[in-house]
Design a protein. Sequence first.
Length: 157
Amino acid sequence: MNSFTSISRAAIAALFVASAALAESANVLEHWETDRAQIFDAQDVSLDELEWIARPLVVFADTPNDPRFQQQMDLIAIDIEELALRDVIVITDTDPGARSDIRLELRPRGYMMALLSKDGRVAFRKPTPWNVREISRSIDKMPLRQQEIEDRRLLGR
């Protein structure tokens, strides 16, 4: 086998992996657009793909049995529509051993909730559960959210 053949095979394999990753993240966005009340696993989501589209709300724990994680998810479930109105995509990560890209980037210790703005910056990190009203108030104070509200008002939506 010549070097061109091995390079071609490597390039094809790399393209396949890259296109599979793009399809998966596009699939997440597609699913989220059709049903914003869905909750996604961090292993399936790329934060880069969400930039300028959604506000990721990531809930971390070392196990799904953590009482704070369970309480947070219950609080989100009660009013997830309010988060959807604010372009929030809810993401969970309860498996430190899986070392998701999101976990590696945000580096939680045990339970943590983090909200990222649409530009990808961390808006806040919280060590205790918050209800949707508290989360929504924080989002509504963000400059981009203020602009979205004003734009909707001007367009009559």
